[in-house]
Design a binder for this molecule. Structure first.
Ligand code: HEC
Length: 139
């Protein structure tokens, strides 16, 4: 990722946070394909975050990985053809100690600002990854 991509994705973070809260709260479906500049910046940010947080278990670019066997490229198709935004957040922001995602969720929170803003910021990160996974769905 180059510097321009980094600053572009940072500049859209707060807009995304508001949107993520709305999407999570209302269960609104995300559009199936990314096709404008803001959307592309979100997808690029999410791609980097996916590589950072998810590929230790899930595979490269959504393919099955070392610990997670489901293919994230068919995630939308397996969930009724619409990106299930609320389910997505619930699966990853799962604080139960036995949850497969408890540790990565805590790591995402710790890597964000800390304190009361950490939860919202961490949800923004997970939402960005959602945009990326949404963009790699098999046709
Ligand atoms: C410690 C390993 C691990 C990490 C790290 C991890 N996952 Fe998972 N994930 C799993 C396992 C195991 C499952 C259970 C399903 C399976 O085997 O594929 C799963 C399931 C999922 C599902 C449900 C899949 C479906 O098709 O219904 C989603 C969505 C998901 N993970 C997203 C993520 C995202 C996004 C990240 C990065 C923020 C992440 N996971 C990081 C292990 C992990």
């Amino acid at each position: 990722m180059n510097d321009r991509t980094v600053s572009r994705s940072r500049s859209t973070t707060s807009a995304w946070l508001a949107l993520a809260a709305l999407v999570a709260g209302l269960g609104v479906s995300l559009p199936v394909r990314a096709d404008d500049d803001i959307e592309r910046a979100l997808v690029e940010g999410g791609k980097a975050r996916y590589a950072q947080y998810c590929t230790s278990c899930h595979g490269e670019a959504g393919a099955p990985g070392s610990k997670a066997t489901l293919d994230l490229r068919s995630y939308v198709a397996r969930h009724g053809g619409k990106f299930p935004a609320a389910d997505w957040l619930a699966v990853i922001a799962d604080t139960r100690p036995a949850s497969v995602h408890a540790e990565v969720w805590q790591r995402i929170r710790a890597d964000n600002t800390g304190g009361t803003a950490a939860d919202a910021a961490a949800r923004g990160t997970v939402g960005q990854i959602a945009r990326y996974v949404n963009s790699i769905q098999a046709k």
